[in-house]
Design a protein around this ligand. Structure first.
Ligand code: CP
Length: 303
């Protein structure tokens, strides 16, 4: 039985196969409409979500399966003190596969060690968000036709942004990918990730200037400053508008640069950018449904 807790649980061969399946689903959805008939997905969300939970649920419905679950800890027995380990054992009696989001880093791992069905990490604290990474990779693959030979700029909250951590870990494994890390000093990537980049000999540059970085980028990955992870509201208010992408700032960008954002956005991308053909963030959210369909099929071992 395979779980997905960290993007590194998947080899690049497995990621490429998931992307191929997602593209086949997009081309011929009818072929997949009955694949999960009789199967149930449980979505256990201890932290708010729009895209991840609902795209998982839409994915299972489009595969012919059913869904059950909760969208906040308060409506589950977690509010009475039930542990993640016990919850995972119980839900294994009711569902064939579990997608879990939790505010505590490592909670989906604990669930996977106690469940008797596959567990998918749907985001754990400031740590990882592997299915968002799969959606990001499918988007880059569809837009660029490759996952190698790219300069990828990450901009914003690189400290707490779990989607950044997962995508960095995934993309270092593709050839000739280099990174430009754009953030205020307080929101730089965690030290352990920087050490990994150095250890692997990956090309990267850290800067505070989006304007300086812009002309070199093939992909610009914007992120929200993660208010919920700050200990101090004053720090959040000081940093929240560090970067605001506008059409004016895009003048120096490549004509075929792609703008990604895991969403939700607050102020970091002006709505005036939405009609720019380089803006991919709404397509990225749709791709999230297709790649989660592919992942459910893989983890349930359905061909
Ligand atoms: N990208 C993402 O994880 O969005 P949600 O928080 O809405 O699920």
């Amino acid at each position: 039985m395979q779980h997905l807790i960290d993007i590194l649980d998947l080899s690049t061969t497995e990621i490429d196969a998931l992307i191929a399946t997602a593209k086949d689903i997009i081309a011929d959805p009818a072929k997949y409409a009955e694949k999960c008939r009789g199967k149930k997905l449980a979505t256990l969300f201890y932290e708010p979500s729009t895209r991840t939970r609902l795209s998982f649920e839409a994915a299972m419905y489009e595969l012919g399966g059913n869904v059950l679950g909760f969208s906040e800890a308060q409506s589950s027995s977690a509010s009475k003190g039930e542990s993640v380990a016990d919850t995972a054992k119980i839900i294994s009696c009711y569902a064939d596969i579990i997608a879990m989001r939790h505010y505590k880093e490592g909670a989906p791992l604990v669930a996977s060690l106690n469940a008797s069905v596959p567990v998918i990490n749907a985001g754990d604290g400031g740590h990882n968000h592997p299915t968002q990474t799969l959606a990001d990779l499918l988007t880059i693959s569809r837009e660029k036709g490759r996952l190698s030979d790219l300069t990828v700029g990450f901009c914003g909250d690189l400290k707490f942004g779990r989607t950044v951590h997962s995508l960095l870990n995934a993309m270092v494994r593709y050839e000739n990918v280099r990174f430009v890390l754009i953030s205020p000093e307080e929101l730089e990537i965690p030290g352990y990730l920087r050490q990994e980049l150095v250890k692997k000999g990956v090309g990267f540059q850290e800067t505070q200037s989006l304007e300086d970085a812009m002309p070199s980028l093939d992909i610009l990955y914007m992120t929200r400053v993660q208010r919920e992870r700050f200990f101090n509201e004053a720090d959040y208010i000081r940093l929240k508008d560090s970067y605001v992408l506008t059409p004016e700032k895009l003048v120096s960008a490549k004509a075929d640069m792609n703008i990604l954002h895991p969403l939700p956005r607050v102020n970091e991308i002006s709505v005036r950018v939405d009609d720019d053909p380089r803006a991919c963030y709404f397509k990225q959210a749709l791709n999230g449904k297709y790649i989660r369909m592919a992942l459910i099929l893989k983890l349930l071992d359905i061909a």
